[in-house]
Design a protein around this ligand. Structure first.
Ligand SMILES: Nc1ncnc2c1ncn2[C@@H]1O[C@H](COP(=O)(O)OP(=O)(O)OP(=O)(O)O)[C@@H](O)[C@H]1O
Length: 235
């Protein structure tokens, strides 16, 4: 298992945002993280990546503990946060070279070139990040998440703000990356889950209310509509 989460909880003041969440994820499978607004998806992802300290519980990524070994964890994961904080005054290539150097990658220029091609940023690569459209900024976010070829990818709403053409391209890229990496992505788009994910976890009010392969989930609920299952479990 490359991700093992045990009884992870997070309180914000008195509010329990994540409530004893436990699950595992393995390479070669894309895990969709679903749930209504405020269900705790981003909070869980931030705890996995070591950016947020859990109130209790633990998360291991490729055997590294997210709290006590956060530097090792950051080396082996790629993370696209919900609102990608980018250095908007930098040029696309300059920013990605900065990221490549932060990871001390060999042949950083070559890695930047390959990543720019992989995420479809070639035409925009000479622009400043703050000049880019929302969808292209999202691609820069994805580029910084994959440039170091991480074993684990954690993507918080990776396709938000993309137009239909970009959606198809980025979903294809995520599927390709998911062939040998462990990928967790959150989304509100059920078509995306059907198109990209192998397994889903549905969170509601901080708790896991479903954790299964999509086909198994549909069988359990005797329904072919993920949307109906989602509504049944979360309303
Ligand atoms: N920094 C914070 N301080 C206080 N409360 C927070 C903070 N971050 C999140 N919360 C609360 O924790 C709960 C879970 O939020 P979270 O962002 O994890 O949900 P989400 O499932 O990602 O939602 P969405 O689908 O809207 O992005 C919400 O009630 C939210 O208001």
């Amino acid at each position: 298992m490359s991700i093992k989460v045990q009884y992870l909880s997070k309180y914000y003041d008195k509010q329990k945002a994540v409530d004893e969440v436990s699950f595992e994820a393995k390479p070669g499978k894309i895990l969709g993280f679903l749930g209504p607004n405020g269900a705790g998806k981003s909070t869980t992802m931030r705890m996995l990546t070591g950016y947020l300290k859990p109130t209790s519980g633990s998360a291991q990524l490729c055997g590294f503990d997210s709290q006590t070994q956060s530097i090792d964890v950051r080396r082996i994961i790629g993370y696209l946060p919900e609102n990608t904080p980018l250095y908007t005054d930098m040029y696309v290539k300059e920013f990605l070279l900065f990221v490549a150097n932060t990871y001390k990658l060999q042949q950083p220029e070559q890695k930047v070139k390959e990543t720019i091609e992989a995420v479809g940023l070639t035409a925009e690569q000479h622009k400043k990040i703050n000049m880019l459209s929302k969808g292209y900024k999202q691609r820069v976010g994805l580029a910084q998440a994959i440039i170091h070829n991480p074993a684990i990818l954690i993507l918080d709403e990776p396709t938000s703000g993309l137009d239909p053409n970009q959606l198809t391209d980025i979903r294809e890229l995520i599927k390709k990356l998911g062939k040998d990496k462990t990928v967790i992505l959150s989304t509100h788009i059920m078509q995306e889950v059907e198109a990209v994910c192998d397994e889903v976890i549905i969170l509601n009010k901080g708790k896991i209310v479903a954790n299964a392969e999509i086909t198994e989930l549909k069988r359990q609920h005797q329904s072919s509509s993920l949307e109906d299952i989602f509504r049944k479990l979360t309303s």
